[in-house]
Structures are given as structure tokens and as C-alpha cells.
Design a protein around this ligand. Structure first.
Ligand SMILES: [Zn+2]
Length: 295
């Protein structure tokens, strides 16, 4: 089947963004774009976190499912342009809504694999209810508690890896040892130079460093991040080195009794956007909280 790099839906969205600029309307969401990595492996950007698409013998394995039911449907439409095989399995890299909630559009009865802590976080969010809660009828059907789970799914060798709490306590890194491709989830998210840690989901800056060391030790040079373009191993090593150095500097300054504001100024933390608080705690906020927490 011929595969077009830009889906027609993507072009419509590009035109909509152009029209939005001209008429000063809010910009349309980023278009869906499918990128091929290997004969049987793609990643699709747009509509939330990046998704992986792995084509097996009889069906398709998807990594992460976009933010909304509409996004999940657009993802399935894009997959249908790549292969006529049905989606049978979804692997979730973590519990954030921009990777999970699009499952609402997925067929009933599919296998959903996640780390056990991811499932707990989804159950907590579901009990809290409201906007952004995960779809109740697509909770994980299989949970992973081991740090390394090697299996074959539909003829494809897959390793599901967890070293420590990092972005969240339920992170799962998806490694394809034959194709040498890694899906990192938001352990790597390129819209920010520093790691993004959800302390409210028991993420950890130290665990992030442990996890990222584990990732760069894998035999790979194609790493699909949770957000942003494919990274090389050198890209991820540079990100790791920067985070290690920044964490060490923050630790040193905490040891000298400096205040959070003094530390932020010293390490060059980005200033909050005018008129608002940043959406997420910065890496400096997180490390400071971890190191000054009274246990
Ligand atoms: Zn995300």
C-alpha cells in the first residue's frame, strides 16, 4: 500500500492554521503526521503525545493513544492508511491524559498494557472524575511489575523496561531489540531542555537520571520521545549530562542554605511566562523540593 507522509487530515489542519493566522483565530491543534522508522515501525505526531505504531503478523501494536477520543480516532484513521491490520494491543508509557485518554475511541476488548503504578494512577484520576479522567472502559488489562519484561507480541520482540520512578512512578519504556528502536514516553520530551517530573505522581529526579542512563545503554540510535522529533543516542546523552550537572549544582546550593529563588537565579531557571505561573514545576523546583523535604 502506498503511504503518504502527510495525511490529508494533516493538510487540512495546516490550512486551518494558516486561515487561523490570517483571521487571528486561535491556531488549530498540531496536524497528525506519520513518520516511518523501519519497514514495520512508525511514529505519529499530533493530537497530544507521540504514538508508536508497530505492525505485527496479524495486528498492530500502538504505543500511547493521544489526548481525546477525537484524537484517538484520528490516530486510528492514520494507522488505517498504513495497514489494513486491526489494532489489537496498546502499550502505555505513563498515565498522563495526553497519552491515555484517546483510548476512548479504540475498539472494545483490546489488550492495554501498562506498569502497575500507571494503572493505580489512572484509577485515582478516575475516582476524582472531571475533565481529563481516563476512559473507564479502557483501563489497563495487563500490568507490569517487573523491571524488565521480554515478550513476543504478534511476532514482534518487545522489551518493557522500568528502572525507577522518573517522569511518574509508572513509567514504561518500550524497546524493540530487533529494530533497535526505543519509545521513551515523557522521560524525554523535547519541548523543554530539562526533565519533566510529576512529583504528584511520585516521579523522581534521581530516578530520572537512573532511567535515562538505562535508556542510553540500550542498543539503539532511534529514540522516539513523548513529545518532539526522534532523538539520537547522542541527543539523549547530552540531555542526561545537562540534567546531572544541574542537579549536582542545585544540591550544592541547597547544602549552602540558599533559597529556592537564589538557586533558580544561579542555575538560570527560565522565568515564568508574563502574567502566569508555568504549567509544570521546573526541574529546579522538583530537585529543591526533593532535597529539602522533611521525611
Ligand atoms: Zn505527554
Amino acid at each position: 500500500m502506498q503511504f503518504s507522509r502527510y495525511s490529508s487530515i494533516g493538510w487540512v489542519a495546516v490550512l486551518a492554521i494558516g486561515a487561523g493566522v490570517l483571521s487571528a483565530q486561535p491556531a488549530a491543534p498540531a496536524p497528525f503526521i506519520a513518520h516511518q522508522l523501519k519497514a514495520n515501525v512508525y511514529w505519529i505526531e499530533g493530537g497530544g503525545g507521540n504514538s508508536g505504531v508497530i505492525i505485527g503478523d496479524k495486528g498492530v501494536i500502538v504505543v500511547d493513544a493521544k489526548t481525546t477520543a477525537a484524537g484517538g480516532k484520528e490516530l486510528l484513521d492514520n494507522i488505517a492508511k498504513i495497514t489494513p491490520k486491526p489494532v489489537t494491543t496498546v502499550i502505555l508509557t505513563h498515565s498522563d491524559g495526553d497519552h491515555v485518554n484517546g483510548l476512548a475511541a479504540f475498539p472494545a476488548g483490546i489488550t492495554v498494557i501498562a506498569h502497575e503504578n500507571n494503572k493505580k494512577e489512572q484509577e485515582t484520576a478516575l475516582a476524582a472524575g472531571g475533565r481529563g479522567a481516563p476512559p473507564a472502559d479502557h483501563l489497563p488489562t495487563q500490568t507490569i511489575s517487573k523491571n524488565k519484561d521480554s515478550r513476543k507480541i504478534d511476532g514482534v520482540k518487545v522489551e518493557l523496561l522500568h528502572w525507577a520512578p522518573a517522569h511518574t512512578s509508572g513509567d514504561l519504556v518500550v524497546y524493540l531489540p530487533t529494530e533497535k528502536i526505543v519509545f521513551t514516553g515523557d522521560i524525554i520530551a523535547t519541548q523543554m531542555p530539562d526533565p519533566l517530573i510529576h512529583l504528584e505522581k511520585n516521579g523522581s529526579s534521581e530516578g530520572w537520571i537512573t532511567t535515562t542512563k538505562g535508556i542510553v545503554a540500550l542498543d539503539t540510535d532511534q529514540l522516539v520521545p513523548g513529545h518532539g522529533p526522534v532523538q539520537s543516542k547522542a541527543d539523549v546523552q547530552a540531555r542526561l549530562k545537562q540534567a546531572e550537572e544541574k542537579r549536582a549544582k542545585i544540591k550544592e546550593l541547597v547544602g549552602q542554605g540558599k533559597s529556592l529563588d537564589e538557586i533558580k537565579a544561579a542555575v538560570g531557571d527560565p522565568a515564568p511566562a508574563a502574567g502566569g505561573r508555568p504549567r509544570f514545576a521546573s526541574f529546579t523546583d522538583v530537585v529543591y523540593q526533593e532535597l529539602t523535604k522533611k521525611s
